[in-house]
Design a protein around this ligand. Sequence first.
Ligand SMILES: O=c1ccn([C@@H]2O[C@H](COP(=O)(O)OP(=O)(O)O[C@H]3O[C@H](CO)[C@@H](O)[C@H](O)[C@H]3O)[C@@H](O)[C@H]2O)c(=O)[nH]1
Ligand SMILES: [Mn+2]
Length: 775
Amino acid sequence: MASAKTKLQLQLQERVPLPRTAWKLADLAVLFLLLALLAHRVSSLMVAVGGGGGAAWCCVAALICEAWFTVVWLLNMNAKWNPVRFDTHPERLAERMSDGELPAVDMFVTTADPKLEPPLVTVNTVLSLLALDYPAGKLSCYVSDDGCSAATCYALREAAEFAKLWVPFCMKHGVKVRAPFVYFSERGGAAADDDDAEFLRAWTSMKNEYEELVRRIENAEESLVRRGDGEFAEFVGADRRNHPTIIKVLMWDNSSNDDSKNAAGDGIIPSLIYVSREKRPTQHHYFKAGAMNVLTRVSGVVTNAPIMLNVDCDMFANNPQVALHAMCLLLGFDDELHSGFVQAPQKFYGGLKDDPFGNQMQVIYEKVGFGVAGLQGIFYGGTGCFHRRKVIYGVPPDSTTTIGIKDSPSYKELHKKFGSSKELIESARSIISGDMFRTPTEVVADLTSLIEAAKQVSACSYETGTSWGQEVGWVYGSMTEDVLTGQRIHAAGWRTALLNPDPPAFLGGAPTGGPGSLTQYKRWATGLLEILLSRHNPFLLAAFKRLDLRQCVAYLVIDVWAIRAPFELCYALLGPYCVIANHSFLPKASEPGFVILLALFLGYNVYNLGEYKDCRLSVRAWWNNHRMQRIVSSSAWLLAFLTVVLKTLGLSETVFEVTRKEQQSTSDGGADAVADPGRFTFDSSPVFIPPTALTMLSIVAVVFGAWRLVAGEGEGVPSPSGPGVGEFVCCGWLVLCFWPFVRGLVSKGSYGIPWNVRLKAALLVAAFVHLSTWK
Ligand SMILES: O=c1ccn([C@@H]2O[C@H](COP(=O)(O)OP(=O)(O)O[C@H]3O[C@H](CO)[C@@H](O)[C@H](O)[C@H]3O)[C@@H](O)[C@H]2O)c(=O)[nH]1
Ligand SMILES: [Mn+2]
């Protein structure tokens, strides 16, 4: 009895179901209204067909769209139905095990372009990881640089030097946020309660050191580095698309292999290794997925930690205890099946007020994210995730027992799966069959031979004929490699856990401005549709593998993003069309069906607003997101849809367009680089054409309708088959939703829609109006 009680007290994590009865009722109420609308539509269509109604096809189109919206509502209902929260108790870890018994963690950071992703951003992320509260001898950090940039490498080398001061400083003073740019930009960073002179001195000298580091990194002209002291000789003449592997060990504390020091980790800084994988124009490199696979193999032959953390270059650790929280979920279940990986929600640093670009996704995470966490488990989001190495190696949950090997794979099998590197095969064998707590690779003295092995596995031809990118590692075939890879893990039967400590685990940057936000949405929607059309689609995984049915349906919530575009576009066009062509597709105010429509319109919007309020967000944030949904769907999702259609026809290829990261500055004057960062900006990219055209069309329709009301039907009583309140509200609502584009039509510079976009949009509108009025 007593022992059972102590065991209970030692619980490292708790899975807490979150009640939501009221929300469930609201879900059902909206569903009921949707179904009522469909029923009304079907019955009135039958009458119309009988009477040969003129605009019957409008109603058929509306019926199809509304049926689709109902499906989308059902998908969301499924995902949100049973949310859970995971509470973690890192303070109890110490009761379970000593520091020396914690599993090692390899931490991966990817960067791809020194212009779009300033080295200082990456440096801050790396420093925040090196300074985590975790035995330093158990942490190693690997940076993949797809930009093959001497400037990035130089910045990291300098950061490694700085880390020797920064890490002990953080430990000694219990610094809360260990990305220096945040620490030094927060006012009162120095004004600790005890205000003692010694701390103040240490703080000031640390701040000077950091400013010196920033200066060195910012002044490191690429050319200077190139002419440098020979340390950067490999970068000379290296083209980012065509160069051999470059690996640099920037920090390697040999004493970390000394067991006496290892356990406490005092005075040790985690290792830091820079990797720029081989690239050849003839070989596909699979973007981030390819980079992650190289990091997996390189770390496999060097440190081979059983746990891997991966973050994007702009996502710093905001909670220094994050690795300990993650361990609560990785070690805290009776069966590791429950935490194949541990994912922290993407949260953003310095996000703009009220989310003007609709990409902070707080509500999506709190509603859908926690909901999916209650099914088979949260999706993999590409960053802020702790993976078990063996899961990434394709091992299903029941193949190893906790203590030992069930089936030890043969050398031949491993060779076929993992490729020809002996070192990798051996390390993979120990991962697949061993348990987490075995010390990884034996103490290694010979760093040079390790690096040779690491170079071998970074070669761009290494994966040929192996399972990398398929059953092993990050999966290829989609721009949204994270969701695809997560799906494979769920399909193997693993469950996954949501890591949501307070303060938030990681913070990253969300793109601002029109082009950045829409490009990101376009890439995601493209990748998700690629998944749906591939042999990895969730239906097949549910039918033939171990993906839960409800989890499969939850994946559809995001996988169908691009498919939602044509339906939403069609529905958006119906209002203006009817006003211009003098038809109608919605019930008249005098008809009973109108009540359903009104209730649905109000109910749906109140429901959504309620969700924002529930997540402690403003009405403005709700409206911005509602509006951005319409904009994104008619631009990014629509183009994603067309891109994938073209790709399927073999007419084009999809590429990963890297998001521009804002340079984070130490002073707080950073924001005035852009006069109004929340205002929508434009460029001449084709994504802007459809929403511009829709904006123009809705304005035309509003003008048309008003004119018809005034000049046409004398009293203002519309003709019985012509547009009514519903159609007019549609057009007006569209104008409100596309307000940033209305402003774009009357503004200049980057706030104005470029002329060639306006021209193309105007041509589309002219053609549409012509066809609508054509008798
Ligand atoms: O060829 C490439 C392209 C990108 N990246 C890295 O991938 C990361 C994500 O790229 P980013 O441009 O920031 O895309 P986001 O849309 O912000 O990323 C989200 O969406 C991606 C999938 O589309 C996921 O991989 C990311 O983890 C997730 O944060 C960055 O660290 C890049 O350096 C590479 O390493 N190699
Ligand atoms: Mn990003």
